[in-house]
Write a protein that binds this ligand. Structure first.
Ligand code: NI
Ligand code: MN
Length: 227
């Protein structure tokens, strides 16, 4: 089981051969120029919300891979409007748990805003809890620190992917508190460095997590980590 970082909040999991992509934003990310999106052929594409920096490459990757796009109801409708065939779109909503080929995925709360790139209502922004082969993984999407995260504390999460760049989402200090709220020791930082307002000091960030007994992982773009 591994996760490959494609920059910003774009992560591709490999669950025993099942490739699952989250929040594709690669060709417009100046830090991810080395990544060839033609080589990304997932079975599923999950969207946390509709801001461009989470969906920009969805259409092309979906076409190349014939993957299934999964999102909250209103984002699923947007995917259909982009030409994704109806049988390749799965919609669900907060509280729902989806059975997939690799495990289950539950939609959870995120404190953010949401609209689709075509300017329409995108439903709520969300995060996801993945249960795969006995492991539990939280992909937070874009979110501020919120007390709702405390609801995840007793899940015994193995890994959490948390935004750490500030400005549009939690910053490092709030992400440390979030890691405490969700009771998870292994954090992968996302949503940082891609644009000037979200640039961080990586050493300082790692230190802040280690000060509370937690580990911050910051894989390089294109790098994979074993989960
Ligand atoms: Ni956003
Ligand atoms: Mn964002």
């Amino acid at each position: 089981m591994k996760a490959t970082y494609y920059g910003h909040s774009c992560i591709e999991f490999d669950f025993d051969g099942h490739k699952v992509l989250f929040d594709p934003f690669i060709t417009y990310n100046s830090l991810a120029k080395e990544v060839d999106i033609k080589s990304i052929l997932p079975e599923y594409i999950f969207l946390s919300h509709g801001h461009q920096d989470h969906v920009a490459d969805m259409v092309e990757i979906q076409k190349n891979s014939q993957s299934t796009v999964v999102a909250i109801l209103e984002m699923a409708a947007w995917a259909r409007r982009q030409g994704v065939p109806d049988n390749k779109v799965i919609e669900f909503n907060l509280g729902g748990t989806l059975k997939t080929t690799f495990g289950t995925v539950k939609i959870v709360y995120a404190q953010h805003s949401n609209s689709t790139p075509d300017g329409q209502y995108g439903g709520a922004p969300v995060g996801f809890i993945l249960r795969v082969g006995g492991k539990k993984i939280y992909f937070a999407g874009d979110t501020a620190l919120t007390l709702e995260m405390k609801l995840l504390a007793d899940l015994d999460l193995d890994w959490a992917f948390l935004p750490i760049g500030g400005h549009y989402t939690m910053d490092v200090d709030d992400a440390v508190r979030a890691a405490e709220f969700i009771n998870c020791d292994r954090i992968v930082g996302i949503h940082y460095d891609s644009f000037p307002p979200i640039q961080i000091n990586k050493e300082e960030a790692s230190e802040k997590f280690s000060n509370v007994g937690k580990t911050l992982y910051l894989p390089a773009i294109g790098e994979s980590i074993s989960l």
